[in-house]
Write a protein that binds this ligand. Structure first.
Ligand SMILES: Cc1cc2nc3c(=O)[nH]c(=O)nc-3n(C[C@H](O)[C@H](O)[C@H](O)COP(=O)(O)OP(=O)(O)OC[C@H]3O[C@@H](n4cnc5c(N)ncnc54)[C@H](O)[C@@H]3O)c2cc1C
Length: 533
């Protein structure tokens, strides 16, 4: 059976990583960018704080490397960190040449310089930002540049379901990725795409948790697809919880950027006490894991629903200018951040682990690459330093694009079996999907959150095993929908997080368990690598 489409490069995802890769190969072959919703919808689009990069005379690569290693709690791969940090300025320069403009400030008469922000764990001001809408501006610059390339086709509202490998097609030798099955969300048809180079740029998995800063697209699809295709994943226990999401029943997933604390915002409890004093030398600007745990403890200790972020010492004019989106969003919910503290709670924010890759995004499966949040290069270790993720996505996607063009994989075979799935459609049964979605997210929040125990992790594993069975039965009988694709991925990614957490018998970085509260110093730190059986 011939394929529906054939391309030189297929990129799954249209955030900073996917678009950067696509732009850098577009001059050298046909490119399909497949994306689940509209082209701008991605974690990238919501990034507020900015991109960490050494650009100031007062800063050095060594300091940025040191801060990253410290945040990563002994698990960063130092050579990877140094490589990415040192390549940052060149990639940022290219981004600016594409039209991205970062906020500047006056430096003496008629002179301007980059207005560098400071975030938790950084010893210097080094965050390039566009006010507090950095991600939106990056998406817009990359999409505008990509639109000029005739070789690139963009497929919006298309969800990748599974990778196609030679092994899955029944061959005994030469396993490699040869394409991908994709669901057209509008027609409901599953299309077969043949391609020698498939790039996962599908972002993270925040939606596996009940409370998250991530938009709905973040269901861990890339990690799940890679794992099902036989590719190992690493360090999935290290989920970063952002300490400060806006706490309001109607404010779905809205983040209050760390930059607010960078500008002097102070965390207070309901009684007005600044509870980070004494908890860490950097107080409210301590690394995210420490702040998130302190907030979690404060909420549990006081029985309050949230804590408060107080930046009322800054003028209204400053806040409106520096944080226009946050200022407006708070006001929409009746909170005037110029005169009252902002109610906040932690939420799942960033996946530090992911598909195991080299520093240039190569996976173990020939023909498959993973760039951006979906991949695990070794940069973040046990805890990502704020604003290093956009930097990693930019650098690694660029490297992958260069490597893939050097290599020239031969085209895959012409005939690939079409996707087969059930055709049953029963509206009553749809409730199963929504129920299981909710159950997974609630159990991950309750049992696999900021503070863990072995007993709760085992309970989560047991429930996830039966949920996986239910989803598997349902999956092959019913008509394919995007919700079903995501549910199948969520249950697998949740299981990978739980298993990784159970494997790590120590507390390190973002993984804190009451049963092993200390960091194990008896042996060199190890990544948690899960290989599909
Ligand atoms: C609110 C918020 C604020 C943040 N602030 C910062 C910050 O200031 N600095 C920083 O460095 N990082 C920040 N981050 C993290 C950073 O934004 C992400 O790590 C980064 O944008 C990830 O880029 P990406 O290209 O890998 O993935 P994304 O930008 O998430 O893009 C993923 C893409 O894949 C698509 N996709 C997913 N599954 C499928 C599928 N099955 N089929 C087809 N397409 C699919 C999605 O639709 C999307 O287009 C923030 C994250 C959030 C949520």
């Amino acid at each position: 059976m011939p394929c529906d489409h054939r391309y030189d490069y297929v990129v799954l995802g249209s955030g900073i990583a996917g678009l950067t890769f696509a732009l850098n190969v577009a001059g050298n072959g046909s490119v399909a960018v497949i994306t689940k919703k509209n082209r701008a919808e991605s974690n990238t689009n919501y990034a507020q704080g900015g991109i960490a990069c050494v650009t100031s005379d007062e800063d050095t690569f060594d300091l940025h490397v040191r801060d990253t290693l410290e945040a990563g709690a002994g698990l960063c791969h130092e050579e990877v960190v140094r490589g990415i940090v040192e390549e940052g300025p060149a990639r940022l320069k290219e981004l600016m040449e594409l039209g991205m403009s970062f906020s500047e400030r006056e430096n003496g008469a008629y002179k301007h310089e980059l207005d560098l922000g400071k975030e938790g764990g950084h010893s210097k001001r080094r965050i390039l930002h566009a006010k507090d809408i950095t991600g939106r501006e990056i998406e817009s610059a990359l999409l505008t540049a990509l639109a000029l390339h005739p070789n690139v086709e963009m497929f919006e509202n298309h969800a990748a379901i599974d990778l196609i490998t030679r092994r899955k097609l029944g061959f005994a030798t030469g396993n490699r990725c040869v394409g991908v099955y994709v669901l057209d969300n509008t027609s409901g048809r599953v299309e077969t795409i043949s391609c020698a180079n498939v790039v996962l740029a599908t972002g993270g998995c925040g939606k596996v948790y009940l409370y998250t800063t991530n938009p709905d697209i973040a269901t861990g699809d890339g990690v799940a697809m890679a794992y099902r295709a036989g590719v190992p994943v690493a360090n999935m226990e290290f989920i970063q919880f952002h300490p400060t999401c806006l706490f309001h029943p109607k404010a779905k997933s809205f983040l209050i950027s760390e930059a607010v604390r960078g500008e002097g915002g102070i965390l207070r409890n309901a009684g007005g006490k600044a509870f980070m004093q004494g908890a860490h030398p950097l107080e409210s600007l301590a690394p995210r894991d420490i702040v998130a745990r302190a907030i979690d403890a404060e909420i549990k200790r006081t029985g309050a629903e949230c804590v408060y972020l107080d930046i009322t010492h800054k003028s209204r004019e400053f806040l409106q200018n520096r944080f226009p989106a946050i200022y407006a969003k708070c006001l929409e919910f009746g909170i005037d951040m110029a005169v009252e503290p902002i109610p906040v709670v932690p939420g799942a924010h960033y996946q530090c682990g992911g598909v195991v890759t080299t520093p240039e995004g190569r996976t173990e499966l020939p023909g498959l690459w993973a760039v951006g949040e979906v991949g695990c290069t070794g940069l973040h270790g046990a805890n990502r330093l704020a604003s290093n993720s956009l930097l990693e996505a930019l650098v690694v996607a660029h490297r992958a694009a260069e490597a893939v063009q050097r290599e020239k994989m031969p085209p895959p075979q012409k005939d690939i079996a079409p996707w087969e799935s059930g055709s049953a459609q029963d509206a009553d049964e749809l409730v199963v999907i929504y129920h299981n979605w909710r159950e997974i997210r609630q159990l991950m929040w309750d049992y696999v959150g900021i503070v863990r125990t072995t007993k709760r992790l085992r309970r989560a594993a047991s429930r996830l095993r039966s949920l996986s069975e239910e989803v598997r039965d349902y999956y092959w009988n019913y008509k394919m929908t995007c919700d079903l694709v995501e549910l199948r991925n969520l249950v697998l990614v949740a299981s990978l997080i739980v298993d990784s957490a159970l494997e790590r018998r120590e507390s390190r970085g973002l993984h804190f368990t009451r049963d092993y509260p200390e960091t194990d110093t008896s042996a060199p730190p190890m990544d948690t690598i899960l290989r599909p059986g």
